[in-house]
Design a protein around this ligand. Structure first.
Ligand SMILES: [Zn+2]
Length: 471
């Protein structure tokens, strides 16, 4: 009886939230004019190519693309255009995250399972990316069935675009670490199986062929050079670019020679040497350093929690029960005096610093949702800070997370605020060039010319928490 009462009052609160959300977003919205042209004026504009920001900028959006980009008062604004005043704000291109694992994590309760891998949950993930200013990501090796391939061809309102490698190739057990995804990739123990797997993949036209080469600290066997060479060769036969999850320096060299074009992790067993740098340069290799995102041990403060944990963004998007569990984990570690697990975190930062200084193409890749502790959105944004720790300036990080990541994923329409590009951008309340953590101070996100309904998304997530906690 009591339960019923609580449930219905809960529903009432939820429906109010929806009304409030709808009202506030209407009140704030800058309805495009009848001409369908909108000019955004007054913001500091970071265009995404590393050039100095345009103070007091103006840019025009027409047909969901940037039509003109310049200085306020200096560009011609068509008569009848709607105007949006962004004075005091900073605008940057929406982010592209080149490493993720979508579909398995239920953000409402923190579980990872195959049962969660539904169209609804996958879209929820894409909406969470959008909420945090991410325009596109790629799912790297654990997409079951046809779902991701189908979503790749769709434009979903309030959601990031998805790219996919379908299923990756791994020696049995040496692919994803977490149990829910461990058996998802193609299991390969011979050259013949490697070729067969790539032939099967090719039917789906994945964006890349992904190969795992990692013995997981000696606990697993890993793909042999003969096997990964065959996989890369077969990929080439089908005109598919190949990428790899790598750990060891010697494997990285072998994979470059085999024809892999990019890596989803930095090298973590040893310091990178001149031979690797030369190979990487000669082959124009790219890499997502993947420095642990929000889970990096060095982010933990003396009180046992990382700074991002206090961010209002966390309360907006993460279920209270999930936050509570995380707080308890931090407290347990603090009380035990144990630092957060680090493992590979000895070599990754110095190697990233060295590769960056050598001019190797390093782009943003967070490994979001690869386990239940890698929250969608925050994982991407905090990784930007880790890249600063590894020697990037904030301006360089922004390029790595926008223009350069878009280029790696062949998303030519994304990554910059420039004429002709898709109108995907973030409006920030503070300047990320001063402090990269200001990328978390999000006022608005626009994808494909439309403002993301962040209030509506937040209301949806909060309604779900209430359902989960009362059911
Ligand atoms: Zn991964």
């Amino acid at each position: 009886m009591r339960r019923v009462t609580r449930k219905s009052s809960c529903l009432l609160v939820v429906s109010c939230l929806f009304v409030v959300a709808a009202c506030s977003s209407q009140g704030e919205s800058q309805a495009p004019s009848t001409t369908g042209v909108t000019v955004f004026e007054g913001a500091r504009l970071i265009v995404g190519d590393g050039s100095a920001p345009i103070e007091s900028s103006a840019f025009i959006i027409e047909n969901n693309r940037f039509a003109t980009v310049g200085r306020k008062g200096e560009i011609a604004v068509p008569a009848g255009a709607a105007r949006v005043d962004l004075t005091g704000k900073t605008v940057m291109p929406a982010i592209v995250d080149a490493h993720g694992h979508l579909g398995f994590l239920d953000m409402a309760n923190g579980t990872m399972s195959k049962a969660n891998f539904t169209r609804e949950n996958y879209i929820d993930h894409l909406q969470r990316y959008a909420y945090h200013g991410v325009a596109a990501t790629i799912s790297t090796g654990t997409d079951l069935g046809e779902l991701a391939y189908q979503l790749r061809g769709e434009t979903i309102p309030n959601a990031a675009l998805i790219r996919t490698v379908g299923m990756g190739l791994a020696w049995p057990g040496s692919g994803p670490n977490d149990p829910s995804r461990n058996d998802v990739p193609y299991t390969v123990t011979s050259v013949e199986q490697a070729r067969k797997a790539v032939q099967d993949l090719a039917l789906h036209k994945p964006d890349f062929v992904k190969i795992w080469v990692d013995d997981r600290n000696g606990r697993q066997k890993k793909l042999t050079p003969e096997i990964y060479q065959a996989a890369a060769d077969e990929a080439r036969t089908h005109n598919l670019p190949a990428i790899a999850h790598v750990f060891d320096l010697e494997d990285a060299k072998g994979l470059v020679r085999a024809g892999v074009e990019g890596f989803l992790h930095s090298i973590r067993d040893a310091a990178v040497d001149d031979e690797f740098i030369k190979l990487a340069k000669d082959h124009n290799i790219w890499m997502t350093p993947n420095l642990g995102g929000m889970n990096r041990a060095s982010l933990i403060r003396e009180n046992g929690t990382p700074e991002w944990f206090d961010d209002p963004l966390v309360r907006e998007t993460i279920a209270p029960a999930v936050i509570k569990a995380r707080a308890e984990m931090y407290e347990k570690r603090r009380a035990g005096g144990a630092p957060a697990p680090s493992g590979a975190q000895t070599f990754d930062i110095p190697n990233t610093r060295k590769l960056h200084a050598a001019g190797i193409r390093l782009v943003l890749g967070s490994d979001t949702a690869g386990d239940s502790n890698r929250w969608i959105g925050m994982m991407t944004l905090v990784e930007l800070e880790n890249m600063v720790t590894a020697g990037f300036t904030p301006a360089e990080v922004i390029v790595a997370a926008t223009r350069d990541a878009a280029a790696v994923l062949r998303l030519d329409q994304l990554g910059m605020v420039a004429a002709g590009k898709s109108a995907d951008f973030i409006v920030l309340d503070a300047n990320p060039l001063d402090n990269i953590a200001n990328t978390r101070k999000i006022a608005k996100v626009y994808l494909r010319g439309q403002e993301v309904d962040r209030a509506g998304l937040k209301a949806k997530w909060q309604a779900r928490w209430n359902q989960v906690s009362s059911g």
